[in-house]
Design a protein around this ligand. Structure first.
Ligand SMILES: *[C@@H]1O[C@H](CO)[C@@H](O)[C@H](O)[C@H]1NC(C)=O
Length: 487
């Protein structure tokens, strides 16, 4: 969808008379269109803007113009939206649970309903991740990491139980919520090095325990279901190519992952009567051969491919290439960080709009909640800031800029909406600024258009639609994300 030629005319500011036409003002009142904005400076937080008007933009002299088009004919319909959200980690659960009952209830409602971001897709960590307090744990830890073939020591424990309870509450607030679970490592006794943390040597699954490895997923899914938190999908391993010593990780080869799904995990889920699906990979876009191998090996058990954003020179077009080869495989952006120090204001918007332009059905921030020190964490990421930041001493919470940027999508692109083809998105390679946009056709007949403006100036946007040949225009504020909802 990125088109360089289309955008070239937008380089120079157009000089057109400033007075809005009478016709434009009238249609603004009658059109039923709406606009909402969140800005980098926090001045706008899902705030209502003047609605776009019918017709071409009529900007003040010297103002910059841009043109986009969306194809809302049947030919332009692409993937369906599953949802948007973030990762529920142990850090997330502990900081949210530190709030007073009132504040906690208010926050959960803001996250999961149209009172706030209205998230409908969440990922959660199965056992400890880097965003857990010490000690690291799984749902089947044993003294000295001795084997536990019959799962005598299986249990969610305090932290797993609290996580399942919170997901169950979220599911109650949002019954159509989709939940993905990902382990950072299986129990230490199933690993060749018999260690949960420490060491990258033999940081692999011990294949003497492939049946137990599969049963571990079955038992976890059953335990969460019993608490009211149905798990819709799992990945076998968070970042299977990322073997590290300072946090729970495990290395899984591509062909190994395919065979584990085909021969062990897939059949075990099926035999247990579970509807939970398996999403392949869960790692960066620079190794697309990994999910291809997994899909080629275990296609009958796999619904989707999960991607992260951390490749050097990350290219979301990898997802479009993957779609061309595997048109039936759904795709998701399952992890990208938002940081207190290292990511730009448009981070959450950019890791959502890019994947959506390239066939992803949803996008997930890492992570949903942290304290004011970006924790608790046991290693790994020490500057990962949650979309929600909880001051655990004052017992108050606030939303990061990333929360609002994510909500510019999640609030207005409901589950079941269909992404539309479009043209005109372009980022200048030298400056890294531009306009990126994605649109959906929604179940209620409205259309949503999200526009990310990383220019330091306002942009007067004209949008063409194919089906009715409409033009809509309006102002997109500098350094902001604006969402239009068109009738
Ligand atoms: C939008 O429509 C106008 C009028 O038909 C046309 O001149 C322009 O090229 C179109 N722009 C895009 C981006 O499709």
């Amino acid at each position: 969808m990125r088109s360089s030629s289309l955008a070239l005319w937008a380089l120079n500011a157009a000089c057109i008379a400033a007075v809005p036409s009478r016709h434009a003002l009238d249609s603004r009142q009658q059109s039923g269109a709406k606009a909402f904005c969140s800005s980098s400076d926090g001045k706008y937080k899902l705030s209502t803007l003047d609605a776009p008007v019918k017709g071409a933009a009529s900007p003040p002299a010297g103002a910059s113009q841009w043109e986009l088009s969306i194809d809302d004919t049947p030919a332009g319909r692409r993937q369906q939206i599953t949802g948007f959200g973030a990762a529920v980690t142990d850090a997330t659960v502990s900081v949210i649970n530190s709030l007073s009952a009132d504040q906690r209830a208010k926050l959960l409602k803001e996250l999961m309903t149209s009172e706030g971001a209205d998230f409908s897709l969440l990922r959660h960590t199965i056992g400890a991740s880097d965003l857990s307090a010490l000690p690291a744990y799984t749902y089947d830890d044993t003294d000295g990491n001795r084997e536990d073939k019959d799962f005598q020591s299986f249990g969610l424990g305090d932290r797993g139980g609290a996580m399942a309870d919170m997901l169950a509450e979220m599911k109650k607030l949002k019954p159509e919520l989709t939940i993905l679970g990902s382990p950072w490592a299986p129990p230490a006794w199933m690993q060749l090095d018999r260690k949960l943390m420490g060491g990258t040597e033999k940081n692999n699954l011990d294949h003497a325990y492939v049946d137990q490895y599969a049963q571990y997923f079955v038992k976890y899914i059953q335990a969460y279901a019993a608490k009211g938190a149905p798990i819709d999908a799992i990945t076998l391993q968070n970042e299977p190519l990322n073997s590290q010593s300072g946090m729970p990780t495990m290395y899984v080869y591509a062909d190994e992952s395919g065979k584990l799904i085909r021969d062990n995990v897939g059949p075990a889920l099926k035999q247990a009567g579970l509807k939970t699906s398996v999403w392949a990979y869960d790692h960066n876009t620079d190794q697309p051969s990994y999910p291809q191998t997994v899909l080629d090996t275990a296609k009958e058990y796999i619904d989707a491919v999960a991607w992260h954003c951390y490749a050097t020179n990350n290219q979301w077009s990898v997802l479009s290439d993957f779609h061309a080869k595997n048109p039936d495989a759904a795709q998701y952006m399952t992890e990208c960080w938002t940081s207190s120090k290292h990511t730009p204001w448009h981070q959450a918007s950019s890791f959502t709009v890019g994947p959506l332009q390239n066939w992803a059905k949803g996008s997930l921030a890492w992570t949903l909640g942290t304290d004011t020190n970006d924790g608790p964490y046991l290693g790994g990421c020490d500057t990962c800031r949650g979309l929600v930041v909880v001051d655990t001493t004052a017992k108050t919470y606030s939303f990061s800029v990333d929360y609002y940027m994510m909500a510019q999508y999640s609030r207005y692109m409901p589950k079941g909406a269909t992404v539309l083809a479009g043209t005109g998105s372009y980022t200048y390679p030298d400056s890294g600024v531009g306009i990126q946009s994605v649109a959906t056709s929604n179940p209620d007949g409205t259309r949503t258009v999200v526009v990310e403006n990383t220019f330091g100036n306002d942009i007067y946007l004209t949008l063409n639609t194919t089906a009715k040949g409409e033009q809509w225009s309006g102002k997109i504020l500098a350094n902001s994300v604006v969402t239009w909802v068109l009738p």
